[in-house]
Design a protein around this ligand. Structure first.
Ligand SMILES: [Zn+2]
Length: 332
């Protein structure tokens, strides 16, 4: 009798298991179709299949991330052109020059400014203050690099910075050069100047941007990486506001951009830049877990300790700076 009573729930369990496994298998099949469609570039049909797959097996939350990722990519052309052409919030509010006073360094403290550049070109919108700030002309960049080279500055890489804050050697007047977003004008206008002065720099690239003409091609990225002068960091796949994404998608943006970049340049990608300087504790933690050595922000300031490796402050090289203002902001 007891045995018979036990058989009923067991039979129900078996039916549920068979049905569940069946839905799971079917869902995985549809998901695979979605993946293939993403790879062939048919994103809208891929989203359709992912949604079917999710409907069949909603327990699998990672399918929901597939849907969101495909939608992000589907909307990315709009997003990228927004960064290129419209309101763009990766700017920095600069403290007034009068408030900047020389720092007296104590034992174990550093003063390592990390410069942040975006576009190197003549500003297409001279009357817009945001654009005036984000666009540095090739002439101004040339003057600034010339200033660094004739005033005893030593341009170091982010790897050098990492070693220095962990006890390694640090040259006098160290400074780091970084460029965000991977615009093609970096290859056309900044790279020749960096070669001229033999200065290292890190460029943070968005990895799913290949088709948009205003950005660097993989060919250009590979060529510059081979030169040994330019280091490439990841700036996510789609340049989203990371904190507005699901946790699964945050992890994906941070880890997949790293692996995509590594596949192309054949080197370990060690540095990350938060799009729009937007982060929270979860984002920072995922960046650490992904294996990066550190990450840069858009917060104003110079690096003074190793506690800030995942919140590295930077100093925006503003397109409106005179050479004198540039010099004063990077003075210890
Ligand atoms: Zn950016």
């Amino acid at each position: 009798m007891i045995k018979k009573l036990l058989l009923i729930p067991l039979a129900i369990l078996l039916v549920v298991l068979v049905l569940g496994t069946n839905s799971y298998m079917k869902s995985q099949e549809l998901r695979k179709k979605g993946d293939d469609l993403v790879n062939s570039g048919d994103l809208s049909t891929a989203i359709f299949y992912y949604k079917e797959a999710y409907g069949l097996f909603p327990l699998n939350q990672s399918i929901n991330d597939d849907i969101n990722a495909a939608e992000l990519r589907f909307n990315s052309e709009i997003e990228y052109s927004r960064i290129i052409n419209f309101d763009y919030s990766e700017v920095q509010s600069l403290p007034a020059l009068e408030t900047i006073s020389p720092v007296q360094l104590k034992e174990g403290e550093y003063f390592i400014p990390i410069l942040m550049y975006h576009h190197i070109r003549v500003n297409p919108k001279p009357n817009d203050p945001v654009w005036a700030s984000l666009n540095v002309t090739p002439d101004l960049l040339n003057s600034e690099l010339n200033y660094l080279s004739t005033n005893g500055f030593h341009v170091i890489s982010l790897d050098d910075l990492y070693n220095a804050v962990n006890g390694g050697p640090l040259p006098s007047k160290p400074i780091v050069l970084t460029f965000d977003d991977g615009y093609s004008n970096f290859f056309e206008s900044a790279y020749p100047l960096l070669k001229k002065y033999n200065m290292k720099a890190t460029e943070f690239v968005i990895t799913e941007v290949e088709t948009a003409p205003a950005y660097l091609s993989w060919g250009q990225i590979e060529e510059m990486s081979k030169s040994g002068l330019i280091d490439f960091g990841a700036h996510t796949q789609h340049h989203p506001f990371l904190t507005s994404l699901s946790q699964g998608l945050i992890t994906r943006e941070i880890t997949v951009s790293k692996s995509e970049l590594e596949t192309h340049i054949g080197k370990t990608v060690k540095w990350f830049a938060y799009p729009y300087g937007n982060y929270n504790d979860f984002v920072i933690n995922e960046t650490k877990k992904a294996g990066y050595l550190g990450a840069v922000t858009t917060n104003y300031g110079a690096v003074d300790s190793k506690d800030k490796l995942f919140l590295l402050p930077r100093i925006m090289a503003d397109g409106r700076f005179t050479l004198d203002e540039f010099a004063r902001r990077i003075q210890q």
